[in-house]
Write a protein that binds this ligand. Sequence first.
Ligand code: SAH
Ligand code: SF4
Ligand code: F3S
Length: 447
Amino acid sequence: MVLKKKKHCYIRTFGCQMNVHDSEQMVELLEKGGYETTSDMARADLIIVNTCSVREKAEQKIHSFLGRLRRDKEKNPDLIIGIAGCVAQQWGRNFLDKVHHLDFVLGTHNIHRLPEIVKDVESSRSRIAETTFRKSVQSLGILTIPKNGKVNAFVTIMQGCNNFCAYCIVPYLRGREESRKSSEILDEIRFLAAHGVKEVTLLGQNVNSYGNTLKNEADFSTLLAMINGVEGIERIRFTTSHPKDLSDELIESFVTLDKLCEHIHLPIQSGSDSVLKRMRRGYTSQDYLARVEKLRARCPDISITTDIIVGFPGESDEDFQKTIDLMRKVRFDNLFSFKYSDRPGIASESYNDKVEEKVKSERLSFLQNLQETHTLEKNRGLEGKEEEVLIEGASKGSEEEMTGRTRTNRIVNLPGENGLTGKTVPVKIVRAYMHSLRGELLPGREV
Ligand code: SAH
Ligand code: SF4
Ligand code: F3S
């Protein structure tokens, strides 16, 4: 008898949490189709690069990664190489002309078609590009069974975006906004709970407008209340919120829903009203501050994180100073900051007064230094305090160390045993660092 050799697939993921989840779905589909995943690219029979195009640098990274794969294909002509995600969507069929060692291009709405496409490539060695936009959110519902005892999982509640912020390529690559039915979302979350998941993170480009594209569907805060009732789920998170759509009902959810964690990622992008206007964000810095004030009045411990772009076309020193002033007012728990980057087809590509690279770099490093002082100050404020920590598993550095997160999404490392994985435990914070906290288990106490 000849034993059939198991085929191996390797997926490299770039980009946002949405892409991470899309890769998890691809793994699920490929494993069902007889592939085994490997973390060793050299062993792979199939390599998929799941890509991001949000900034020019992100796209460049993809092209150089793909370029390096040419050698592997020369050495092993049977190797199948596919590209998925946002750069795949952007280039479509042109990718096949440009990169000759590429076998298939899989657009952002077509993950469910992966098994078929791989089969076709295997059988006929044809080269395939599938980047059709689909209204049916078909790809979103692929169930992924949590691997290696994972206690947290992503659940996509909507695809696409209708906002068309002037700097952003995402709506062009992920299509128009479409929500999934709440009944489907709840079924998926019940399935995850039955497989040991304790924490779900709901994903969407703008979760606040959940339900808008469906008739007689729950709005976002109602959806959260429904998920709060799912047995076995202990924590709910979501990302991302758009400040213009952050409703009072959602703010109240932080008070009324026991499982909703006290953290909100609320990208501001700039503190200058004229920049915000040209970005087409639909709110002013005053509107933003009013939302933050209300969030903190109703939920004093809430952690607020944000995204900021420096060097948007026409951003003056005064505009930048307004961003800094706003940061000092809000004192964000943390933030992601980026240098503005031109993307093909976005509105601001044609704006005048592009900011020099050197000025962008100076602004970015000034802003990041300021944020470091705020992050550390916030983390130090937790020293000596008690926090509920959901243990996610052994920490990377040491076997006797466990790692988990506070409800406010801070990483905590603590001495402990593997048996703690999946448990929510009371922890005393003993030391604060920039990127994590150090804690000690409070023995004999239940949360
Ligand atoms: N849907 C989310 C995030 C989308 S992209 C939201 O609305 O917040 C993630 C972040 O990348 C954005 O918040 C923005 O800060 C940044 N970004 C998007 N396009 C960019 C560009 N052209 N240059 C630099 N940063 C950009
Ligand atoms: Fe991009 Fe704006 Fe949509 Fe976010 S809300 S994905 S920044 S267009
Ligand atoms: Fe990047 Fe696409 Fe996400 S461009 S940020 S991978 S939606």
